[in-house]
Ligand binder design. Structure first.
Ligand code: PHE
Length: 501
């Protein structure tokens, strides 16, 4: 009987007594694993072998896991220090033990919670007691860390515990094994030879007509193959699209407008005094060409100038600081997209608007910041505003709560803040899922009369600017904005992350 070469090789390398894995067969036959898998399935179809499948979980230490492997688990270090301090006789003050164990920062909480959980002792109002019967040598988690480092298998429950502690990450893979059937054994006994199967059709074979006589190897569409990495939408762009969907779902319409704009729309219309530090070249990028714009609405320009000089309403007072039209006509890269909100609220963009109205944009802004883990020269702002009669801080908070909950973020916090253009104003904070740190994610408020009156708006407007990158930090847990932007971007993170909310 004849079999294609690769099938024959697998048949000869397999055993009837015990399953042989594809990896073992690959090294025995010198074929690639995917070739062996293909041959195994073909042999199975002929009834010569059975192919079994098993899912294997491989654990790998995280950075934190590596660190504890080197330094010892925090709870074990705590236990050792507690024993040394005599805590199995009398309770010892916690501060003392933590100090001699060299535990600080987030390790303290980790040590304390696992200490009690794993029976190393108890904690009672600031005192530590050590259980004299506990055996740190027998700590399963410590042993498992070492086993993982050596590539040895570990118990599934312990692996899950380590995974919950973020000390290991687990990758699952399918392992296939091949066992000879009785028919397979019989076939081998009767004698099998290799047929020359042709894998690749060549121009020569076509020209000579040889193609008509040869046997072609079958394609196996089930064989394991490499996953090619191809182009895909950047996570930040995908998140921006999702943000747009959520806001449209909440009844908002999208704004658009220029990236380089007059200082008038970026700052003056927002009642930003012309001598405000944020209006210097330390903070914003100015254009030299064109260096000014000439198409500003004259009557609005006058009303804004008057708000700056004299204020609005009966108690208004203005700034009494210098104000020049020349400065208002200067051109900058917008430092926020609130310039778009001004263009829309003034009627300049789409004509006069009657309440109620809701608008948003998810667009790039530019700031002359110092580059670090949370700052770049450009980032995406989620701008938005709601125009309606009688808005309050509750409406503002309710809108954010609804918006962020669409991304699974339920613990938004608010802090009173100051903006020249809103009163009251609030900064928004969220909790970083990895570090537990509270990070700023946005800024908001209700526009002041000094902003709204010159624009001709006579009802309330609440507004905000949220950072898209910070939203992504909360949903995906990365810590450095440079992981997603620019030359230091983490390509694997960008490639492997699917944006699903
Ligand atoms: N422009 C503010 C910023 O960039 C955000 C904001 C917009 C705050 C509208 C209040 C109202 O931080």
């Amino acid at each position: 009987m004849e079999l294609p070469q690769r099938e024959l090789a697998v048949l000869e390398a397999a055993s009837a007594d015990e399953p042989t894995t594809v990896a073992e067969l690959a090294s025995a036959t010198g074929e690639k694993p995917e070739t062996v898998t293909g041959a195994a399935f073909e042999l199975e179809e002929r009834g010569f072998v059975t192919v079994s499948e098993e899912t294997v979980a491989d654990a790998e230490l995280t950075e934190e896991g590596e660190q504890y492997l080197a330094d010892g688990l925090p709870e074990l270090r705590l236990y050792e220090a507690a024993r040394e301090a005599g805590a199995d006789d009398d309770p010892v003050g916690m501060g003392e033990v933590l100090g001699s164990a060299g535990l600080e920062g987030p390790e303290v909480d980790i040590a304390l919670s696992n200490y009690a959980r794993k029976g190393y002792g108890s904690i009672d109002s600031g005192d530590l007691v050590a259980n004299p019967d506990a055996d740190p040598e027998a700590d399963e988690e410590a042993a498992a860390l070492a086993a993982v480092a050596n590539g040895e298998p570990i118990d599934a429950d312990v692996r899950e515990a380590l995974e919950r502690r973020d000390l290991v990450v687990v990758h699952e893979r399918t392992v296939r094994s091949v066992t000879l059937t009785d028919d397979g054994v019989d076939a081998l006994m009767a004698g099998v030879t290799a047929t020359e199967a042709v894998g690749q059709l060549t121009p020569e074979m076509l020209a000579s007509g040889e193609w008509a006589d040869v046997e072609f190897a079958d394609y196996n569409v089930e064989a394991d193959a490499e996953t090619p990495s191809s182009g895909k939408t950047h996570v930040l762009r995908a998140t921006a699209e999702r943000v747009k969907d959520v806001l449209v779902g909440m009844g908002f319409e999208e704004m658009e407008g220029p990236h380089a704009d007059s200082e008038f729309w970026i700052n003056d219309a927002l009642f930003m005094p012309q001598d405000h530090p944020a209006r210097t070249h330390w903070d914003q990028f100015a254009l030299s060409e064109p260096s000014e714009v000439d198409d500003l609405p004259e009557d609005l320009l006058e009303r804004v100038e008057s708000a700056h000089r004299e204020g609005v309403g009966q108690d208004g007072d203005g700034y009494h600081s210098p104000w020049t039209e020349e400065m208002a006509r200067g051109v900058d890269l917008r430092g926020h997209t609130t310039s778009l909100s001004m263009r829309y609220l003034s009627g300049e963009a789409v004509g006069d608007l009657e309440p109620p109205q809701r608008y948003f944009s998810v667009e790039k802004v530019y700031r002359n910041d110092t580059l670090d883990a949370t700052h770049l020269l450009e980032f995406f702002q989620i701008e938005g505003w709601v125009m309606a009669e009688d808005l309050s801080v509750r409406d503002l908070m309710g809108t954010f709560t609804e918006f962020y909950s669409q991304f699974g973020i339920e613990d938004i916090r608010f802090k009173p803040h100051y903006n020249p253009y809103t009163e009251p104003s609030f900064e928004l904070f969220g909790t970083h899922p990895r570090t537990g740190e509270v990070i700023e994610i946005g800024n908001s408020g209700l526009f002041r009369p000094e902003v709204l009156e010159p624009l001709g708006v006579d009802c309330d407007v609440m507004a905000w600017g949220l950072a898209l990158e910070r939203l992504l930090m909360l949903t995906h847990g990365f810590e450095d904005i440079r992981d997603v932007h620019g030359t230091l971007a983490d390509i694997d993170f960008l490639r492997d992350t699917e944006v699903v909310y």
